[in-house]
Design a protein. Structure first.
Length: 84
């Protein structure tokens, strides 16, 4: 991994358990992911609908990938990084 590249995660509306899973994801995959920005939102109550928040608006304006918490769970479940 290039030391000059970074990964940035921003989260919104996630619970403690979900934040723990993000920590697990970062421990497993941080060496594989480079220079990509993600906003991870909670979609447990409404699948495919994320809360519209200032973080979401900022993420879109900055051309970040906006993904649901389920995306992160799938990466952990399959134990590998898959194409977006």
């Amino acid at each position: 991994r290039d030391a000059n590249k970074s990964i940035v995660f921003s989260v919104t509306c996630l619970g403690r358990y979900q934040l723990d899973r993000i920590d697990e994801f970062l421990r497993k995959f941080s060496s594989y992911v480079t220079q990509t920005m993600y906003l991870i939102t909670n979609d447990d109550k409404h699948t495919l609908r994320s809360p519209l928040s200032i973080k979401l608006i900022e993420a879109i304006a900055n051309h970040y990938f906006c993904v649901s918490y389920r995306w992160l769970i799938d990466y952990i479940k399959y134990d590998r990084i898959v194409d977006k």
